[in-house]
Design a protein around this ligand. Structure first.
Ligand SMILES: [Zn+2]
Length: 233
């Protein structure tokens, strides 16, 4: 009882704010208000085969399915939130968005036989610098909803790459060649892996991840991310 009153009081004095629109959150809302969740420009790709993201990989790697939660557009109100997730220590945004993505995936027949969640790893030095891997928090969120197991140690990043932001498609692909490795190849055998990233732009990072996994183990791979930046910038 006292804890409830105290929680209510601190909520009044120090309210949490929506990471998108900045309005104070009400009870039951976490990190993003209901209105911003509702208005989020969702792709619906989790229920669409041969969608735009899957087409990025056609003729390159043989993945099962790919989707993102929402369109990550230039100038969108939803962009600063992703910036805070990646660079400002707000990893709980990843957890919250992962849960939202988890609900979509949980209701989709296309993803019904996923058996393992694998976040795209950061290089250990970069993770130390940042303090966390944002894709791992997205995976925690998906796992909270779907109860799928998370494997975060078997896929590793062996090369410290520069940021992809200012590179074109060819440079991005060059930048992520032979960057990843699988530790225990048998660990992935027989699984349908869902590879998890924060934002998909050209798809080159996640393509490199997926091909490393498929070249080392006998498994199927699908892909999911929070944002899809169709016109990268
Ligand atoms: Zn809001």
């Amino acid at each position: 009882m006292l804890r409830k009153i105290w929680g209510g009081l601190t909520g009044l004095i120090f309210p949490d704010f929506c990471e998108v629109c900045g309005t104070p959150l009400v009870r039951g809302e976490r990190y993003i208000c209901l209105s911003c969740l509702y208005k989020m420009p969702r792709t619906q790709f989790w229920e669409t085969e041969d969608n735009e993201i899957e087409k990025l990989f056609w003729g390159k790697i043989n993945i099962e399915h790919a989707c993102s939660l929402f369109y990550f557009r230039k100038g969108s109100d939803y962009r600063p939130m992703i910036h805070r997730l990646k660079y400002k220590g707000k990893y709980n945004i990843g957890l919250r968005l992962g849960e939202e993505l988890g609900v979509c995936l949980g209701n989709s027949l296309l993803y019904s036989d996923i058996s393992m969640l694998v976040p795209v790893p950061l290089h250990p030095a970069k993770e130390r610098l940042r303090g966390y891997n944002q894709s791992e928090y997205i995976a925690y969120g998906i796992s909270n909803i779907t109860n799928l197991p998370l494997e975060k140690r078997n896929l590793i990043r062996t090369k410290y790459t520069q940021t992809q932001t200012r590179k074109n498609a060819a440079e991005r692909w060059e930048n992520v060649q032979s960057v990843f490795d699988v530790r225990d190849k048998s660990r992935f055998n027989g699984e349908h892996i869902l590879l998890i990233d924060d934002i998909i732009t050209t798809g080159s990072t996640i393509e490199s991840c997926a091909s490393t996994i498929m070249n080392s183990s006998t498994c199927r791979v699908s892909i999911a991310s929070i944002g899809y930046a169709s016109n990268y910038c």
